[in-house]
Write a protein that binds this ligand. Structure first.
Ligand SMILES: [Zn+2]
Length: 422
């Protein structure tokens, strides 16, 4: 075919003030400075086809090469990779607005857990919900996330806490993904809390997870990763190690909740076991930073909405982590109890305020770095030929405005796998 032939394509997106491709070294994602040359001058349009990015350029260049079936006018907005939310808990039914009121009365997370609130109240609600009710609830959560620019998310189970409840949660995640077009990276989080029927018998529940639930989830092919909540009131370091080693042996990737309230050494364990990430880290100590930096693999999952929601005084030491060369991502931690927001733009706002990230650091954290933490840096999180056509149009005058305004949704359009969702 001659070079000057005009080919069909699905969509030309045009009229962008800039296209932030995040194309510079994003796949390595280890030295953040390398990520921060996002704009390619002269790129104001993108051609998409077959669910992939075909080419970038000016509108006239692309129209000379492609005949689009559909066009989308970015209206002078910013085109960026669609968000990939790398830490979410969408598999819940109902909500926890009642305990949010208790929190307003001054009760702490741990007090609320001790009163039968917290994770265990979501467990009761999930067990009562039918699989169809749960699927529709998860689909509702996915639609809220999409409305805020999230085309793909890591999605955890963790409110079932029995083999049947966890399998039901993971099937609901898969069914809700099919229903909404959300692209999911499912994670099994059976080790989220100790369920009521095993109260006082943490080793009995651990044995169940290792002998029955983990193998059943693996067998069903319903999760790519396994996660554990390492905390004094959840799983201690010894039990977390046994669980993670068993999960690794079964072929799961590992993701870890660590150092949210107490520094138990969870991040060091994550680094030692080659986990994809250690998330939260509000109580991380310098040894933990060092261990993550030395691993060159384990990402720091920054979840700045959670300490905001919990009125925590301390934040993850994001600047020290970045300074030390630790790869990081920024995510919502969307869940009904401690971070009830489906919005990555809101997480970016808190990352900028509380963690002192620049607009581009935060954008990379919610796109290219998030993709790298999930092992898909070669196809997600950037806008480049051959990459999945996941794009957002942001109604912002410049990229520095990302996270500046809050309580507003800057996402004007979302394209996921080459389909215009809105
Ligand atoms: Zn979480």
């Amino acid at each position: 075919m001659p070079d000057n032939a005009i080919n069909d394509c699905d969509i030309i997106v045009y009229g962008a003030s800039s296209v932030h491709t995040l194309d510079s070294g994003a796949a390595r994602a280890t030295v953040p400075e390398r990520l921060l040359r996002p704009s390619v001058q002269g790129n104001e349009a993108a051609a998409l086809g077959g669910g992939k990015v075909l080419a970038l350029g000016t509108e006239s260049e692309l129209r000379a090469r492609y005949r689009p079936r559909q066009t989308l006018d970015a209206g002078g907005g910013i085109v960026a990779p669609a968000f990939l939310d790398a830490h979410t808990h969408p598999a819940f039914a109902g909500d926890r607005a009642d305990e949010f009121e208790w929190r307003s009365e001054g009760r702490s997370y741990l007090e609320i857990a001790a009163r039968g609130g917290g994770i265990l109240s979501s467990v009761r609600a999930l067990r009562q919900a039918s699989e169809e009710q749960l699927t529709e609830a998860v689909a509702g959560h996915f639609r809220r996330m999409q409305a805020h620019g999230t085309a793909a998310c890591e999605a955890k189970s963790g409110y079932g806490l029995s083999t049947a409840g966890e399998l039901k949660s993971l099937r609901a995640i898969a069914a809700a993904a099919a229903r909404t077009g959300m692209q999911v990276f499912p994670t099994f989080l059976g080790a989220h809390a100790l369920p009521e029927e095993h109260e006082g018998h943490p080793d009995r529940y651990l044995d169940l997870l290792c002998a029955e639930t983990l193998p059943a989830v693996r067998e069903a092919g319903l999760a790519r990763a396994a996660d554990v909540y390492i905390e004094g009131h959840a799983f201690d370091l010894r039990r977390a190690r046994l669980y993670l080693e068993r999960a690794r042996e079964l072929g799961f990737a590992l993701r870890v909740h660590a150092e949210q309230f107490e520094n138990l050494g969870g991040a060091r364990l994550a680094a030692e076991l080659g986990a994809e990430c250690a998330d939260h880290l509000e109580a991380l100590d310098p040894a933990g930073i060092e261990a993550l930096a030395a691993s060159r693999k384990t990402f720091a999952g920054l979840l700045p909405c959670a300490p905001h929601f919990l009125r925590q005084a301390t934040d993850a030491p994001a600047r020290q982590l970045i300074q030390a060369g630790v790869p990081y991502f920024v995510a919502t931690d969307f869940n009904p109890g401690t971070s009830y927001t489906p919005s990555i733009p809101e997480a970016i706002h808190f990352a900028r305020i509380r963690l002192r990230l620049s607009a581009l650091e935060a954008l990379a954290g919610a796109t290219s770095n998030a993709a790298a933490s999930l092992g898909v840096a070669d196809r997600k999180g950037r806008i480049a030929p051959g990459y999945d056509a996941d794009l957002v149009v942001l109604d912002l005058p410049s990229i520095e405005h990302l996270g500046y305004a809050f309580g507003e949704n800057p996402v004007k359009h979302l394209i996921a796998m080459g389909k215009i969702l809105f």
